[in-house]
Design a protein around this ligand. Structure first.
Ligand SMILES: [Zn+2]
Ligand SMILES: [Zn+2]
Length: 286
């Protein structure tokens, strides 16, 4: 049995197809031929996570240096300070190294147990992976709504979730600024998609990137009129989650708006923007 598991972890010998390999295919085959399943699912996943995280955090970091971007900032009266950014960076890095990397070694055991293929031939077509990522977002959003709302209960709020609310005006990097317990509790929502839809390593990586891009966008603190994520039906977006940080109550969902609509936890948000709109109309009239 032990010998079998060692064999399972050996690099896969990929058979090259007849010429015409694209860079992606070549890279994928090289990875499988030179690294073990453990190295790929643990270290490469953790690296991809860190690179994707800071890559997508960088726009909202850079925008603060350009005054003309201020018009898109949601809470313009609360500029981000260097102290906040440094404080956030330290905790996020500690979380990623101490919590997320061991999590990815769990991903290795998951892939082994579920017999998840890594080879190029078994890779699903892109539109199926995209559809599976959407399904995973729906499941994660439901988990996030109820668990996040529970973390706001006054008997436990100060012990766990208060840390994430340290920033009343969030910026991209605050997406993963959280108590390790919260990272684990809300991070469980990620697993539903894995359990139901994971059919290849590429799904783990795509789903991870989709979830990271979504959570960084809603924490970015900027709301742009052109944002490709807003083509997703019922997508909450930055303004929706920014209000949760500003108000501490309501808008508990991570991605979509339907749970807050069903349970009426978006009332304060709707009232706030309705009043703001009234004030604008009044100003124009005068
Ligand atoms: Zn909260
Ligand atoms: Zn948040």
């Amino acid at each position: 049995m032990a010998a079998e598991s060692v064999l399972n972890d050996l690099p896969i010998v990929e058979n090259a197809t007849d010429g015409g390999m694209g860079a992606f295919e070549e890279g994928w085959r090289y990875m499988n031929s030179n690294y073990s399943r453990f190295q790929i699912s643990t270290y490469m996943s953790a690296c991809l996570h860190i690179v994707t995280y800071f890559l997508f955090c960088s726009p909202s970091f850079i925008f603060q240096f350009f005054r003309f971007m201020d018009r898109y900032k949601i809470q313009q009266d609360k500029p981000t300070t260097w102290d906040q950014e440094w404080k956030c960076f330290k905790l996020v890095i500690a979380n990623q190294v101490l919590i997320q990397t061991p999590f990815f070694s769990g991903a290795y055991f998951f892939c082994q147990y579920m017999n998840i293929p890594f080879d190029y031939e078994s890779m699903p077509v892109w539109y199926m992976t995209l559809a599976h990522c959407f399904g995973s977002l729906v499941l994660e959003d439901a988990w996030h709504y109820f668990l996040h709302r529970a973390l706001h209960h006054k008997s436990i709020y100060k012990y766990i979730h208060k840390i994430h609310h340290n920033f009343q005006a969030p910026f991209g990097m605050t997406a993963e600024y959280a108590h390790p317990m919260e990272t684990m509790i809300l991070g469980m929502g990620f697993m539903w998609g894995m359990l139901l839809f994971c059919d290849h390593l590429i799904f783990l990586w795509c789903w991870m990137c989709v979830r990271l891009i979504e959570t960084i966008d809603v924490h970015s603190g900027y709301d742009f009129p052109i944002n490709p994520l807003h083509v997703i039906p019922f997508y909450g977006g930055a303004r929706f989650h920014d209000f949760h940080h500003k108000n501490f109550n309501g808008n508990y969902s991570s991605t979509f708006t339907w749970w807050d609509k069903i349970f009426g936890t978006d009332m304060q948000y709707k009232d706030y923007y309705a009043k703001l709109q009234d004030q604008k109309t009044e100003k124009k009239a005068n």
